[in-house]
Design a protein around this ligand. Structure first.
Ligand code: GDP
Length: 486
């Protein structure tokens, strides 16, 4: 039965892929996924990307734009009726008022038509070709759910609890683990116990996301971003210790297992089929600085999450049928966001740290078939570089306006005053972060005060016709789009 279900699922995905390909012949289309964990910068990135393509910007490294071959880009009607539209106009208005837009908590889409002159001779309307670009913005928490598809409930239990006992997590996991200790998985199923366990498990996952802990690998993703599934049985399960091999029917473990399977069937699989399996390219945004700021355990956890992401790109791609039918993700870019919290001299170093993380994960995941690249960027640059003279020495600093109400170094900021800070230097050798014991990162500082977790307001002038300032957004566009605008 399970096999018939799987074949049916394969067929559905295959038919969808075929329909997408036929449409692609008539109308060349590129589906670009934008993902990353909550607050990694997806909303800001997608908004900045659309603004750069539709209104232009300073994009010297994005060849089709820099050479003048892009004639323009326009917003087009939404391709999929059942998917919310990415509200780019609203986000731009928010940015132009110097506030950050509301973050992504669900999937949304936006379609652009990019008109360009091909380097290989022009034909089509007015001598121009057109590429339809579908942007699909979705939570990275959902991507990290994909490896669950290949996991049994017992495996999920074992992995989750092993992770909860890892250094850096044990402290926030204590209450959840204590609550689990007296529970007998073979006891009769009981809704109140299931709810209490799920509640503690969810609270533990949420605590792992706190800024100063900054853990990355936290499946199941909907426990953190439940949307309209909040309170449903598919979200009312938790790992049990020890993960039972064959739970007796009617037991708590059997109920948990059933709900875990329901989560896979009603949440993870539809996401895979409707969204993930249809992507051609992907950018994964990673808040590497947040992990560096939180310490070596957060960095180790980020590495585990990257392992899991690379695994996600391989899920379900190992049968002959899927090899024949499914469009593969051809290119994946990993981007370290918020590089404007560092001085220019550290941007390459931030990139090198992420490259090191991704390459190590890539080595473990073995081939995934996709071409990969890494960049450190700021989609919207909120700081500028400044020189500060101290004791007769000129020192490189960054200047920005902290958000109103932010507190750091004993000060509360008013949202209007610009301050200059010394960004911590990243080590020239990324290995310094990965050696035994790891190395802490001081991040932004001023004298002895710690400004690591400070947030700056967006710059003035967005939406006033001036290009949005950024760092290396053009490098990301070059990797992700340029060859399709050739
Ligand atoms: P999402 O949850 O992945 O959609 O994240 P957002 O795009 O909403 O970004 C979360 C927060 O990160 C924003 O509210 C900003 O405070 C910050 N942020 C995102 N991108 C940038 C950037 O390019 N520069 C700076 N300085 N902050 C950023």
């Amino acid at each position: 039965m399970a096999r018939v279900g799987a074949m049916f699922e394969e067929a559905r995905i295959g038919l969808r892929a075929m329909a997408d390909r036929i449409e692609d012949l008539a109308r060349p289309t590129l589906r670009l996924g934008v993902t990353g964990l909550s607050r990694s910068g997806k909303t800001v990135f997608t908004t900045a990307l659309v603004e750069a393509l539709t209104h232009g910007g300073r994009l010297p490294v994005f060849e089709p734009f820099a050479s003048g071959r892009i004639a323009g880009a326009t917003l087009e009607p939404q391709p999929d009726d059942a998917v919310p539209r990415f509200p780019v106009e609203e986000h731009l208005r928010t940015l132009s008022a110097r506030d950050w837009p509301h973050s992504t908590s669900r999937v949304s889409e936006l379609r652009l038509a990019v008109r360009y002159a091909s380097r290989r001779g022009a034909f089509g309307r007015g001598g121009l070709r057109s590429l339809t670009l579908d942007l699909v913005d979705y939570p990275g928490e959902w991507l990290l759910d994909l490896p669950l598809l290949d996991m049994s409930y017992a495996e999920f239990s074992r992995q989750s609890l092993e992770l909860a006992r890892a250094p850096g997590r044990l402290e926030v996991a204590r209450e959840m683990l204590d609550g689990l200790a007296p529970v007998d998985p073979a006891a009769p199923a009981d809704e109140a116990t299931a709810r209490a366990l799920a509640g503690r498990f969810t609270a533990y996952l949420a605590a792992c996301r706190a800024e100063k802990v900054a853990m990355s690998l936290l499946p199941p993703g909907r426990f953190l971003l439940p949307g309209d599934l909040e309170g449903s049985p598919a979200l009312t399960f938790a790992p049990l210790d020890p993960g039972p091999a064959r739970p007796p029917s009617g037991s708590l473990a059997a109920m948990m297992e059933r709900r875990f399977e329901a989560y896979k069937a009603s949440v993870v699989r539809p996401f895979f089929r409707e969204h993930f399996a249809r992507l051609d390219r992907q950018i994964v945004l990673v808040d590497v600085l947040a992990a560096l700021n939180a310490g070596p355990e957060a960095l180790a956890d980020l590495e585990r999450a990257l392992d899991s992401i690379l695994l996600a790109f391989r899920v379900g791609r190992n049968s002959l049928a899927s090899a024949l039918w499914r469009p593969r993700i051809e290119k994946v870019m990993f981007a370290a966001t918020k590089a404007d919290h560092l001085h220019r001299s550290s941007h390459d170093r931030l990139e090198a740290i992420l490259r090191r993380l991704v390459e190590r994960a890539y080595g473990r995941a073995r081939q995934s078939g996709a071409q990969m690249d890494v960049v450190a960027l700021a989609a919207v640059r909120a700081t500028r570089e400044a020189n500060v003279v101290r004791d007769g020495r000129t020192m490189a600093a960054i200047a920005g306006t902290p958000e109103a109400g932010q507190e750091a170094g004993g000060q509360i900021f008013d949202g209007e005053t610009e301050i200059a800070l010394f960004p911590g230097d990243l080590p020239a050798d990324p290995g310094a972060f990965f050696e035994a014991g790891g190395q802490g990162f001081r991040g932004l500082a001023s004298g002895d005060a710690d400004f690591r977790f400070l947030r700056f307001r967006p710059p003035a002038g967005i939406g006033a016709g001036r290009p949005v300032p950024h760092i290396r957004l053009d490098r990301a566009l070059q990797f992700l789009l340029a060859d399709r605008l050739d």
